[in-house]
Design a protein around this ligand. Structure first.
Ligand code: ADP
Length: 272
């Protein structure tokens, strides 16, 4: 059972009237307590969301197993159907667990990979070409305006993972017009990657929520396509942990553009 804790005021020190070192310390302490409590509440919410997400596949597998033990095992058709459905749910749980691991690892980025760099052109081209090979029925168009040697401050695997999440969604939520554009460009400070599809789009009311953990515009539909609603929250946390930004522009029935900005890493010139 999850014990819910509400923000407590009794862990804060009473504000002091005096303006001295002691009152400064009190403020620092209270600020720390507020942040810690916020963190605890977020973690509790996460555990609650995860449990909720795991309940459905577990219930489905349980239902099938009960059916099989009662009489289903004697009917070859039911047996096959139930086994297949159970396997599908297990695959879903595996990907959910993997995505949760990814999320918790993002939180360690700052410590492990904060000085890593990747070659922008190589990573963007390679990932894009992999999609081209994987989805032959799609048209992929790449505009590239990058200096060949440009480097960005992000660990290569994370850079790839980020592009894969956005490109995967572009494919997943495309409809009749199977076309995906990616453009990569840069200024002095940032690399910009824009990934555009011409698919179903997202309404104005929902577009603000898609980066939230477990948020899906159409739960049943996304579930059917193998989605857990964690991809974009992983993407956002990754980008932000490297000091970048991610935005979305979308219109229902027209399509969606994701824009990712990542800080450029300058080569040290060796001059003082
Ligand atoms: P999911 O695993 O469901 O795809 P994400 O976190 O990657 O989870 O995305 C959250 C939701 O945002 C999706 O369920 C979908 O409704 C919406 N979404 C994401 N990308 C697109 C896109 N390119 N076009 C339309 N809707 C999208």
């Amino acid at each position: 059972a999850i014990i819910k804790s509400e923000p407590q005021s009794d862990v804060r020190l009473p504000a002091l009237q005096t303006k001295d070192e002691f009152s400064d310390l009190t403020e620092v302490f209270n600020d720390m307590m507020d942040r810690m409590q916020k963190f605890i509440i977020q973690q509790q919410q996460f555990v609650e969301d995860v449990s909720h997400e795991l309940r459905t596949p577990v219930a489905i597998i349980e239902g099938h197993l009960k059916l099989l033990t009662r009489w289903g095992k004697d009917d070859p058709e039911i047996l096959e159907e139930s086994l297949e459905a159970s396997l599908q749910e297990i695959t879903r749980m595996k990907s959910l667990v993997q995505e949760m691991l990814d999320l918790s690892r993002v939180e360690q980025v700052e410590f492990q990979h904060k000085n890593d760099v990747s070659q922008a052109q190589e990573v963007t081209h390679q990932t894009f070409n992999n999609f081209k090979i994987l989805y032959e029925d799609f048209t992929f168009i790449l505009d590239d305006d990058l200096p060949h040697e440009l480097k960005v401050g992000i660990y290569r695997n994370h850079f790839e993972q980020l592009l894969i999440i956005i490109l995967d969604n572009a494919v997943k939520y495309s409809q009749d017009r199977k076309e995906i554009h990616m453009s990569v460009s840069s200024n002095q400070a940032e690399l910009e990657i824009a990934i555009q599809d011409y698919g179903e789009g997202i309404s104005e009311e929902e577009v603000g929520q898609i980066f939230n953990r477990f948020y899906r515009v159409d739960k049943a539909r996304s579930r059917h396509k193998g989605g857990n609603g964690l991809g974009l929250s992983i993407a956002k946390e990754l980008v932000e942990s490297y000091g970048g930004r991610i935005y979305v522009e979308s219109a229902i029935g027209v399509g969606t553009i994701f824009r990712i900005f990542l800080p450029i890493k300058k080569e040290p010139t060796g001059q003082m």
